[in-house]
Design a protein around this ligand. Structure first.
Ligand SMILES: [Zn+2]
Ligand SMILES: [Zn+2]
Length: 305
């Protein structure tokens, strides 16, 4: 199953000609999840050939414009193109009011079922679950209510080792083996020991999106060992005091969190427009956590099982 992140925007506060506001698409199997939706997101979706009709869920971290101003245009386009598939938007308190007011005055009756799920951004809470994944909020520390999102595949079934399977097993018994059970005989004795005929399940993949925030170590238990961590890195560390005042982080802080949480890979983004060249931000982070990459527009990161 595919588990792939595509970056649509990397700029903080104001955009520039080659950097868009925050938006990312996380594809998990057939399901497309849009994470934040800064201004111009629908143009970025077109540019990178992501079909917006396939987006099932939209997750909005907070109500600063650089993270959700693109919703008005994207939802309008979905409606104008006669979307029929339902769509769920997860966002902080107030988002439903803002959008409902906007579409009330444009007299828009959506062609599809639109559901709002209001988030408690202050707690680590499960907000979505299906057969394959769970999504939890990650409390951030920002100037307004703000949370990140942790996407995690559910534990997977064990693999059957065909060469070792006895011929007499019937399909329901094979299913039980996949769930890790032994096969018992009529007297309750072990007929087939699970570990003799199965191998460990595939790795359950994970992605943590840490939106606008001050450096915040108390989220480490939630993001420990994730395959991929996105963390904002608005400034270089020589602006650490400024970052503190405006509730943002530096590249060095993002890397320090990645190191302490022992994640596999770090993506940094949400760059201040003052940095025309992003190399110093990357170098600063890599000095602390080597497996760091820039969340540049169009970049795709697949995570293998
Ligand atoms: Zn922002
Ligand atoms: Zn913000």
């Amino acid at each position: 199953m595919e588990f792939e992140l595509k970056i649509l925007g990397s700029s903080s506060a104001t955009p520039s000609v080659d950097r868009n506001h925050t938006a990312q698409v996380l594809t998990i199997g057939n399901q497309l999840n849009l994470i934040d939706c800064g201004e111009g997101t629908q143009m970025q979706l077109m540019r990178y050939k992501v079909k917006h009709q396939r987006i099932c869920n939209i997750f909005i971290s907070h109500l600063h414009g650089d993270h959700f101003f693109g919703l008005f245009g994207l939802l309008s386009t979905m409606h104008l193109q006669n979307r029929s598939a339902p769509l769920t938007i997860f966002g902080p308190p107030g988002l439903a009011d803002i959008l409902t007011t906007q579409f009330k005055y444009s007299n828009t009756q959506f062609s599809f079922k639109l559901t709002f799920k209001e988030l408690d951004t202050t707690a680590y809470t499960k907000i979505f679950e299906d057969k394959y994944i769970t999504v939890h909020t990650l409390p951030m520390q920002h100037r307004v209510s703000c949370c990140g999102f942790l996407f995690r595949e559910k534990p997977k079934l064990r693999h059957l080792v065909k060469a070792k399977l006895p011929d007499f097993l019937i399909p329901p018994q094979l299913v039980r083996l996949k769930y890790g059970e032994d096969i018992l005989d009529d007297t309750g004795g072990v007929l087939v020991k699970n570990e003799d005929v199965t191998s460990a399940p595939s790795h359950s993949r994970s992605y943590a999106f840490c939106s606008d925030t001050r450096y915040k170590e108390d989220i480490i238990p939630y993001i420990r060992h994730v395959d991929l961590l996105y963390h904002e890195a608005t400034f270089l560390d020589d602006m650490r005091e400024r970052a503190e005042v405006v509730y943002h982080s530096t590249a060095k802080q993002a890397a320090t969190l990645a190191l302490k949480a022992e994640v596999k890979r770090l993506l940094i983004g949400h760059f201040s427009v003052r940095y025309k060249d992003l190399t110093p931000l990357l170098d600063e982070a890599k000095a602390v956590f080597d497996n760091t990459h820039l969340a540049l527009e169009g970049k795709t990161i697949g995570i293998l099982e």
